[in-house]
Design a protein around this ligand. Structure first.
Ligand SMILES: Cc1cc2nc3c(=O)[nH]c(=O)nc-3n(C[C@H](O)[C@H](O)[C@H](O)COP(=O)(O)OP(=O)(O)OC[C@H]3O[C@@H](n4cnc5c(N)ncnc54)[C@H](O)[C@@H]3O)c2cc1C
Length: 291
């Protein structure tokens, strides 16, 4: 790894100023789990690394019925997984954050670092989009808010401008009828990172759904909202045939990646199967009886 200067600002304003002072030469350090690997492999070159480690205001999880869930960008995965408001109001996030990576990464890696790195082969992106999350970004021109859906714009690319820092993720309050579901698929049990994932958030009524968010992650360069399948699933009587048809729509609309972990055809097949299954399970149907 090339040598670099490690700066530890004590305030957010100082962190933003330090990034501004060094322009393209500087980058942000959250937990370092992705950044240090990338610097060692010379995928990222930085002469100055600005650590957010001392900024306690960027850590923690809080909930209010009006605002929803606030997750500080520097909160590690394990802390989100065990946070009481997450269990009480967003059990799907507790499931997701307790199941990703391995114990070391869950205790060192932060949610901010995860979404800012914008690696497609990760878990939170699709589920946060399905839950309607927004991100709060601080920079030299003040603060701005962006839907999570618009934050990751491409493979390893976000909407962050130079000198900006992700400070919070806000997940809106769920209605009592809203339920989230998440399924991740691994290529082999020995791998940590998902090769595909499916996030489904539905607003339930008797034998139908009033609102549906269906987002595919990891199999695609950027988490993809399946708008046509969402519209198809809204208001129709729930059945295994409905799950099958929706999964077919997802397979037709998917924009899959091909890489060493799986080609486009493989990813389309597993996304289709996982979508059918997650819809059936969310509807309380026995997916194994599907034709
Ligand atoms: C072995 C291994 C297995 C993994 N498995 C999984 C998995 O199964 N599922 C999954 O989802 N992820 C997985 N990951 C990815 C892991 O979740 C991320 O590496 C981690 O969340 C990144 O967080 P960090 O705080 O360490 O970020 P860092 O490494 O510190 O930073 C990552 C990038 O984000 C930028 N950055 C960090 N924080 C901010 C901020 N607040 N504002 C602006 N920019 C910022 C940095 O400049 C850098 O470019 C795995 C990683 C490893 C090493």
């Amino acid at each position: 790894m090339l040598p670099f200067e490690f700066l530890e600002p004590q305030t957010l304003a100082d962190a933003i100023a330090m990034l501004g002072d060094h322009d393209d030469d500087a980058c942000v350090f959250g937990g370092g789990t992705a950044l240090l690997l990338a610097m060692r492999q010379r995928m990222i070159a930085a002469n100055v690394v600005v650590s957010l480690g001392a900024l306690d205001q960027l850590r923690g999880v809080t909930f209010s019925p009006g605002q929803g869930l606030r997750i500080g960008a520097m909160t590690c995965h394990a802390e989100i997984a065990r946070a009481e408001p997450v269990h009480a109001h967003y059990p799907v996030l507790a499931q997701l954050f307790s199941g990703l990576a391995n114990p070391q990464v869950r205790n060192q890696g932060t949610v901010g670092g995860n979404v800012c790195y914008a690696d497609p082969a990760t878990d939170p992106q699709s589920c946060l989009i399905a839950l309607g999350a927004n991100v709060i970004i601080a920079g030299p021109d003040g603060e701005r808010r962006l839907p999570m859906r618009e934050f990751v714009v491409d493979f390893f690319t976000t909407a962050l401008e130079p000198g900006e820092i992700l400070t919070q993720i806000i997940v809106p309050p769920p209605s009592p009828q809203t339920v989230g579901h998440y399924r991740r698929l691994l290529r082999t049990p020995a791998e940590h990172r998902p090769v595909a994932n499916v996030s489904l958030v539905v607003t339930e009524r008797s034998n139908a759904w009033d609102a549906v968010s269906l987002v595919i992650g990891a199999a695609v360069p950027v988490a993809q909202t399946m708008y046509r399948a969402e519209a198809f699933l809204c208001g129709r009587p729930l059945s295994l045939d409905l799950a099958e048809e929706a999964a077919q729509i997802v397979a037709e609309d998917l924009n899959p990646v091909s890489d060493g972990r799986g080609d486009a055809a493989f990813r389309t097949q597993i996304v289709r199967a996982a979508t059918r299954r997650i819809i059936a399970e969310a509807a309380g149907l026995d997916w194994s009886k599907a034709s």
